[in-house]
Design a protein around this ligand. Sequence first.
Ligand code: PLP
Length: 487
Amino acid sequence: MLESNCTKINFFSGEDIPLEMHKVRMVQRLNLSEVERRLAVIEEAGSNTFLLPNREVFLDMLTDSGVNAMSEAQYAAMMMADDSYAGSETYYRLAATLTDIFGTKYFLPAHQGRACENILANAFVTEGSTAIMNYHFTTTKAHITRLGGRVIEALGEQALNTVSTDPFKGNFDMAKLRRSVEETGPGNISFVRIEAGTNLIGGQPISLDSMRQVSAFCKEKKIMLVLDASLLADNLYFIKTREADCRARELADIVREIGSLMDIIYFSARKLGCARGGGILTSSDEYFKKMRTLVTLYEGFLTYGGMSVREMEAINVGLRETLDFNVINQTPLFVEALGKALEAQGIPVVTPFGGLGCHVDATRFVDHIPQEQYPAGALAAAIYIAGGIRGMERGTLSEQRQPDGSETLAQMELVRLAIPKRVFTYSQIKFVADRLAWLYQNRRMIGGLEFEDEPETLRFFLGKLRPVGDWQKALAKKFRKDMPSGL
Ligand SMILES: Cc1ncc(COP(=O)(O)O)c(C=O)c1O
């Protein structure tokens, strides 16, 4: 297994910038259109960055999901896949790798992360039951509430503080967890879920120590413990670099310990393993049996679960590469570089810098926009106008309305500028910082958004909005005035 040098490479000049530990041997051409076209395109997309055609996007920082760069070893492995409906050799190879890495006995394949969540929810969530977690993820919560379950969050006090020095803002508040279990009663709890690399609060990691404490508590109370390992790669980097007793440990050894603490692990392989797919792991015969029929019902036969065998081969190699420090350090180092460049311009970003992407704090960036007018959504649209950069709203738009139709105001209003693994170069990161600096100087021009077409569930994916007033047109005009001949 690969395990490379874990020391940071220093520049003689003293500059603190990330260094790419790979070379680029396949490229995709990009286009940056005129600001007038960007304005027309975002209007057509209902100010929703999910609805932008990719040909109109210069830097796609929407997500890391399914868009990470793959290694040559992954592409090579895809050529050697065993395409059979049942009992494919590819399945056995991937299952053996997962057992090797996590120490778990069973592997249930599924086509992506939310498919695993669908299976978990159908197997274990009942009407009126409760799932406790450090923080929810959009699709996780939607699957639980759809079946009549509810979600309780047990994050620590620093977690929602966008300006913090807490190295593990994804950690559980054990007192809150205990209290929630006491009040709910262990018998009414479907599971406790740990999300590694807590997505919606800015890719913030959870420490191995916090995982240990939650695991011991769940064992004592006989509550099932589930790990969402979709963002484990970045989280692993932070465990290794920020947790004192892990610095000298091998990544493989840390992951083995994590595996031993959980009853069930699931992951989106669009993220973990840098391909496209997903899977559920467990060592429990009982849980395996409960979930396997759901895999055959919703996903496909037990040895492919809706995935292409070629993708399964790519996942197999990608998972092993996750144990290489020079692979998993790339996104966190680039997030840090972008974060520092933005901070230097006074732009509010979530600190400490996490994984997944750089998170701009819209609450402070556009503090004049009320939450009911979706400040983070408005800022994401403005960032596209400013530079053809596609980020993702992570705020009130990403929440679901209450049953009475009122808004659920998000605890944070963020725009995520995702940094898919090994995709962007350092000069592209500098371009992003430059365009955001221009936008920050013109931030008072940005206005709110209102819905034109609002889907009932997961409205942020497909909903269409319009600007309140004509601020988008005015912003594009100002850009043209400031940069008369530039793109
Ligand atoms: C933490 C977490 N869990 C689950 C998912 C869902 O995975 P997928 O997009 O593959 O359905 C995601 C996707 O972003 C995620 O970040």
